[in-house]
Design a protein around this ligand. Structure first.
Ligand code: NAD
Length: 381
């Protein structure tokens, strides 16, 4: 029975394996809706190549309207070879970029979690990555990607000069810092801010402003600072030292991919992109797997749905404040992996290979068993 106000989730399955992995996640959403004291309603809309095929627009206005109204959005993936020759302005990826821009999603959250059962899949030693659980927060809308002046000019002597400008303003730094501190408060209470303050003035300012927000608004969160070169080294040397890492757009681009690969498989990695709180306290939020539409395996029923299912766990935790439900879902995934049930991308000797739907069903069966084991969980978080 539902004890909390219902929430609406907009599903954007997209292209390739997107609809397959979103379909399995929808069953998990329904399970939580029926069993955990909060009702989730869902509706679907078109995005990406499939939206282009139907409407000539990878982000139709009705999808955008539904995105603005939803409490949270779950996206599968966009893109594929079929649309590669289209003009850039109507390519499937424009649908996703358009959503990020329209909803002003400035904070990209990428957890790097290494399930002990998959520690062998990492290129690092299992004892370095087993049990890893870090969160990288990348600022998405500022920095050298957007700063001006930019471009390439030809000098009088015929040589060329390329220019990009690294720029941040204090409000941009403050808002991403607050996202990091808030998340650390829901995790292990530690933030490491990454910069290059020894060389770049804009990041020296970043460091000072993050410290200011930490001192004045989050005295209970332990804040440290690290230069980006050292952070890259520490991520592969001893990644478990980190809880939340926060950094600018370009450093985050590189560090989040590096951290993601610590965990071994693309089919396991969730993400979230968050915007600023509006007057009603709502934070626009888009949750999606890190992987793409995987055209090579689309339609075969073999894609790993776990990255999308874990994206829903992030939604439970960060959009709906249901940390206990997120823990329950992550435990179910962990136990299914430990039982040796694997999709093709993470299969290993001695494990049982299953398809997308079987993996979804195994996770639901585990949720059911966990809920039955602990009746007290039934009241929700
Ligand atoms: P990809 O992530 O789609 O696939 C890379 C490899 O990983 C492929 O071999 C694929 O089969 C495998 N893989 C990916 N997800 C998997 C899963 N859940 N289970 C099992 N195996 C999985 O990257 P790509 O091949 O470079 O790109 C394919 C298309 O996806 C392109 O059109 C690209 O633009 C698009 N793309 C979209 C997004 C997004 O929607 N956010 C992200 C990246 C790429």
């Amino acid at each position: 029975m539902s004890t909390a106000a219902p929430a609406h989730i907009l599903l954007l399955p997209g292209d390739g394996i997107g609809p397959e992995v979103v379909a399995e996640t929808t069953k998990i959403i329904d399970w939580f809706s029926k069993n955990r004291g909060k009702t989730f309603t869902t509706s679907s809309a078109l995005v990406g190549g499939s939206a282009y095929d139907e409407t000539g627009n990878p982000l139709p206005p009705e999808t955008l309207e539904a995105a603005h109204k939803a409490d949270a959005i779950l996206l599968g993936a966009v893109g594929g070879t079929k649309w590669e020759s289209l003009d850039y302005s109507v390519r499937p990826e424009r649908g996703l970029l358009g959503l990020r821009k329209e909803l002003q999603l400035f904070a990209n959250l990428r957890p790097a979690i290494c399930f002990p059962a998959l520690a062998k899949a990492s290129t690092l030693k299992p004892e370095v990555v087993a049990g890893l659980d870090i969160m990288i927060i990348r600022e998405l809308t500022g920095d050298i990607y957007f700063g001006t002046p930019r471009g390439v000019e030809t000098l009088p002597d015929g040589t060329r000069r390329g220019i990009n400008t690294m720029v941040y303003t204090t409000p941009e730094v403050h808002r991403i810092a607050r996202v990091a501190f808030d998340l650390a408060g829901k995790r292990n209470g530690r933030v490491c801010s990454v910069d290059k303050a020894n060389v770049l003035e804009s990041t020296e300012m970043w460091r000072e402003e993050v410290q200011k927000i930490g001192d004045t608004e989050y005295p209970n969160i332990a804040l440290s600072h690290m230069y980006v070169d050292n952070a890259a080294m520490q991520l592969v040397r001893n990644p478990r030292q980190f809880d939340v890492m926060v950094t600018g757009n370009i450093f985050g681009d590189i560090l989040s991919d590096c951290a993601a690969m610590l965990t071994g498989s693309l089919g396991m990695l969730p993400s979230a992109s968050l915007g600023a709180k509006d007057a009603n306290g709502k934070i626009p939020a888009l949750y999606e797997p890190v992987h793409g539409s995987a055209p090579d395996i689309a339609g075969k029923g073999v894609a790993n749905p776990i990255a999308t299912i874990l994206s829903f766990a992030m939604m439970l935790r960060y959009s709906f404040g249901r940390g206990a439900c997120a823990d329950l879902l992550e435990t179910a995934v962990t136990e299914v992996l430990e039982s040796g049930i694997r999709t093709a991308d993470i299969v290993e000797e001695g494990s049982r290979k299953v398809g997308t739907a079987e993996m979804g069903a195994a996770i639901i069966a585990r949720l059911q068993a966990l809920a039955a084991q602990d009746q007290s969980l039934k009241t929700g978080s």
